[in-house]
Write a protein that binds this ligand. Structure first.
Ligand code: ITT
Length: 209
C-alpha cells in the first residue's frame, strides 16, 4: 500500500512538473505571448538562463536568424531551445522591411520610429497589402526543425490601438476591422504569424513527447 502510494505520488509529481524549454528572446512582449500559448510548458527566456548576450542576427533571411539564436543557446548552454524571427513584408515595397523589421528606421530605433518610417514610405501607395511571417527554429535533443506562420492583412494610414507592440497599431489582419493593437492578446495569438507558427511547434512537441 505504501508502495502504491509512492508510485501514485511520483506520477502526480511528474504530471505537475512542466517540461522546461528555452525561448531564445530578450523581448518581454514575445515571451508573454508565447507563455500564454504554451501553457503546458515551463517557457524560460534568455535572461532566465543568465544569458545577457545580444545575439547578432546577421543572416539575410528569417530562417537564418532563427537558427542563429537557437544554435547560440544550444551550443553555449546545452539546452533544448526554440527561437523565432519575424518580419513584416509589404507587397508594394517588395517585401520590405522584412528581415530588417526591427531596425527599419536605423540601429537603436524605437517601435514608433519604425511605424513612422513605414507610414511615410507608404504615403502615396494605394496597395496596402502586407503580411507578417514568423519562422521558428527548434533544437530538440540534437535535431533541428523549422516551422512557419503567416498572417495576411493591410497597413492602415494611421495608428489605431494601444496594445501589442512593434507594427501592431498599423497592421489590420484580413477578416477583422481592428488592428492587432486593438485586439485582446488571446485573439491576436490565435490568428497571428507567431501564434500559427507556435501552433505547429506545439503539435510537433505533442507528437514527439
Ligand atoms: P528577439 O530577436 O530578441 O527575439 P525582436 O524584438 O528582434 O526580439 P523579432 O526579431 O522577432 O523580434 O521581430 C523583428 C521586429 O518585427 C520586431 O522588433 C517588431 O518591430 C516586429 N514584430 C515582430 N513580431 C511582431 C508582432 O507580433 N507584432 C508587431 N510587430 C512585430
Amino acid at each position: 500500500m505504501g508502495c502504491d502510494f509512492r508510485i501514485r505520488k511520483d506520477k502526480e509529481d511528474k504530471m505537475d512538473k512542466k517540461d522546461r524549454i528555452v525561448f531564445a528572446t530578450h523581448n518581454k512582449n514575445k515571451l508573454a505571448e508565447i507563455r500564454n500559448i504554451l501553457k503546458n510548458y515551463d517557457v524560460v527566456g534568455l535572461r532566465d538562463i543568465g544569458c545577457e548576450t545580444d545575439i547578432v542576427e546577421d543572416a539575410d533571411d528569417l530562417q537564418g536568424n532563427a537558427k542563429i539564436k537557437a544554435d547560440f543557446v544550444t551550443n553555449n548552454y546545452h539546452l533544448n531551445c526554440f527561437a523565432d524571427d519575424t518580419g513584416l513584408e509589404v507587397e508594394a515595397l517588395n517585401g520590405a522591411p522584412g528581415v530588417y523589421s526591427a531596425r527599419y528606421a536605423g540601429e537603436g530605433c524605437s517601435y514608433h520610429d519604425n511605424v513612422v518610417k513605414l507610414l511615410d514610405a507608404m504615403k502615396d501607395i494605394t496597395n496596402r497589402k502586407a503580411r507578417f511571417r514568423t519562422v521558428i527554429a527548434l533544437n530538440l535533443n540534437g535535431k533541428q526543425y523549422f516551422f512557419e506562420g503567416i498572417v495576411n492583412g493591410k497597413i492602415l494610414e494611421e495608428e489605431h490601438g494601444e496594445g501589442g507592440f512593434g507594427y501592431d497599431p498599423i497592421f489590420q489582419p484580413d477578416g477583422y476591422d481592428m488592428t492587432f493593437a486593438e485586439m485582446p492578446m488571446e485573439i491576436k495569438n490565435k490568428i497571428s504569424h507567431r501564434g500559427r507558427a507556435v501552433q505547429k511547434l506545439v503539435e510537433f512537441l505533442h507528437l514527439v513527447s
